[in-house]
Design a protein around this ligand. Sequence first.
Ligand SMILES: Nc1ncnc2c1ncn2[C@@H]1O[C@H](COP(=O)(O)OP(=O)(O)OP(=O)(O)O)[C@@H](O)[C@H]1O
Length: 558
Amino acid sequence: MRRHMRRSTRRKLRENRSGPGIVASIAGFFWRYRSELLPLYTGLFLTVSATVAHRAWGTGGVVLVALFCLVTAGLFARRLARQIERAYALTVIFLGSGWWLAAGILGPGHWPLPALLVTVGTVAAVPWWAHRRRRERVRVERTIRAWPVLAEDAGLSGSRVMSAVVDAWGYTARVALRRGMSARSAIARADEIASMLGVRPNSVRVTADPDREDHVIVRVTETDPLARPNPWPGHSNEPVTITKPIAIGTAEDGTTTTVLLLRRNVLIGGVVGSGKSGIVNAILAALIPADDVIVWGVDLKGGMELGPWRKSLGRLATGMDDAVTLFTDALAELNRRASEQADRGERTWNPTRQRKALVILCDEFAELPPEALDLADSLARLGRAVAVTLIAATQRPTQESMGNGAIRSQMDIRIALRVRERADTDLILGAGAYKSGWRTDVFSLPGVFLVLDSDHTTPIPNRAYLVEDDTVTAITDRFPAPVALPDRKDEPHADHSADPDDALWTALTSDDGASVPDLVTATGRSRRWVYYALQQLQETGKVHQGAPGRWHATPDQP
Ligand SMILES: Nc1ncnc2c1ncn2[C@@H]1O[C@H](COP(=O)(O)OP(=O)(O)OP(=O)(O)O)[C@@H](O)[C@H]1O
């Protein structure tokens, strides 16, 4: 890349300049390579200044100046961000001041000072020459200088780099366009910019500057941080809840990619093998431990994808008829919640352990029969207030496969993996996304995605966590789906007012636990109901018997 840029910059400069003098060329060389030549310049400066000091000042003056320089430079060096850089700078300052002190008193030609300057100076220069961040910075500076000359090749004549930030994987520059040029036309020139810079295909991303139409942000990724699979990191120590964003991968800039699922529907799209099921797995791995959510799955590949999660799913439908039944029941649950909300006089359903959010996750959404699509449409439209979330994964979310586009318009979070055609990016992310720089046709690796929602408004590539099969087994063994409490319509006792599920848990979590008669009184339900509830909760390890006849909620295991 560097050779390519250097060559074309020189060619352009030759074309633009009329006969540079030899002195100008030599000066230009020493200026251009000033970073690499800094050790030489430092050695020269030390020699000349020590010669002057030796001739002009006495020993006292030299010592004072050396001490002053040592302390001042040392204070500056301490401000460097990295410890290793601070240590290097302090060592060089110490050695340089020591040599200068000796040279100022004895004269720079006094043996062995010249030999020491050359040998110690060369050894000390090696880390400087090798320092990756310095080299990166120099390279970006050169790119910025060369930009106005090279930009013509990419159809961006008149543009200039306003600022640039170098990071571990590349650099990001803010580019001012020539007057009259729109950000959109610069965004369409990402490939030409990559060619102009001589970098890998698809390693340049151009996005609009939110503040100005005549500026764009150019991101050049030199080392792809997403090239390696991103292993699932395990659960954090924080309690998992659907009310907080969950982590599903890592962004190109090294930050964790999180999405908030509560009161939002999710569309995941991408070609075969792009990693849709991988994202579904990452979502499940993060969500399953939350005790304020129950997940129902629809997998029209006969359970191939969601089958391994069966133990942790409240329900799993693997056939067309099952899917229709599941969506019908989900809609009935939604309506039940809505009327319960109305009775309680509450506007929104706030998920708790007893009143869980419901997430319906559907792989191969486009395969659903039309009647299920109608039900899914109602769920997507009406589910937010009662904490029902629909997550749909599909290859191409066309109008037909998304219930004439009605369901697509209800999808608040759009996750786009690799697509084959540009138009498919717009199908997943929304019209105009591609032209605004949201390009996923350039992705080649499974699990690399863009996410668009109210929290993610710039097209930063991410890689989903890769959840291996044994991780799925470990999670499902540890977090089996909670068993629904029996829904028996026993006559409540006259003094009963609380929700029976809430009352049951309150009684079971009290210090002394509760006996069956206590639970009957607390819940207002029959003995049979209580026995049945305890039996189910015991099977899933949620309750245990302490003293004979007394039941306790089992504390959450670490
Ligand atoms: N985040 C990821 N990191 C690395 N590899 C992944 C990731 N996600 C998926 N893969 C790999 O890519 C391959 C295809 O993934 P997956 O089955 O998720 O794709 P898909 O889009 O669901 O395909 P289909 O449309 O056939 O269901 C699998 O071999 C999987 O191991």
